[in-house]
Design a protein around this ligand. Structure first.
Ligand SMILES: [Zn+2]
Length: 68
């Protein structure tokens, strides 16, 4: 086992974050949730929006939405 000695200070790599999830939108001074909340977890948990469905990352609840 080779033991490597690291000298110097640790280098921190800045984490690049992509687009921030927009969970709320302000419309006319009112806060509007863009994502619907999970019926199982309560209004505090927003659901992830997908193309044709919404899923809750906490309990796994999936809601399909179809546009006709
Ligand atoms: Zn949930």
């Amino acid at each position: 086992m080779a033991k490597e000695e690291k000298s110097g200070k640790k280098q921190r790599k800045p984490k690049r974050r992509g687009k921030l999830y927009v969970r709320y939108q302000v419309k006319g001074g009112e806060l509007v949730r863009t994502n619907s909340s999970c019926p199982k977890c309560g209004p505090g948990n927003t659901m992830a929006k997908h193309q044709s469905r919404k899923t809750c990352g906490k309990c796994g609840y999936t809601e399909f939405s179809r546009k006709e």
